[in-house]
Design a protein around this ligand. Structure first.
Ligand SMILES: [Zn+2]
Ligand SMILES: [Zn+2]
Length: 117
């Protein structure tokens, strides 16, 4: 990120006007103006867009067909089936490959309020 003079990240002035933002950094653009940077995304059931290579589900090890309903893990970006026959994403409480919770209504696991409570 390129920062103008006076911008602070996590309360520190930004030296040389350049800083690589880390997850959960707090950006103060001015008095009373606070932005938060988070890499988190919500898990969503969407038709798998497919890709240049076949996509395999880490839970059942079967191919995920383009257009088949699936969830892309917000944590590790891995696609899992999420159909009536193959509820691979919600099969377990966590992603097959990373600690990301699979509850679709869990919301984000981090909010600015928690970080500064
Ligand atoms: Zn699967
Ligand atoms: Zn994952």
């Amino acid at each position: 990120m390129l920062a103008a003079p006076g911008i602070r990240v996590n309360g520190d002035p930004v030296w040389l006007g350049l800083r690589v933002l880390e997850d959960h950094d707090e950006i103060q653009a001015g008095p009373g103006e606070r932005l938060f940077f988070s890499a988190e995304r919500l898990a969503e059931i969407v038709p798998c867009p497919g890709g240049p290579r076949p996509v395999h589900c880490p839970r059942c090890h079967q191919l995920i067909e383009p257009g088949q309903l699936a969830v892309q893990c917000p944590g590790c970006q891995t696609w899992h089936h999420q159909t009536a026959q193959l509820p691979c994403w919600s099969y377990d409480a966590r992603c097959a490959l990373c600690p990301q919770p699979t509850a679709l209504d869990a919301g984000l696991t981090w909010t600015p309020d928690q970080a500064h409570a």
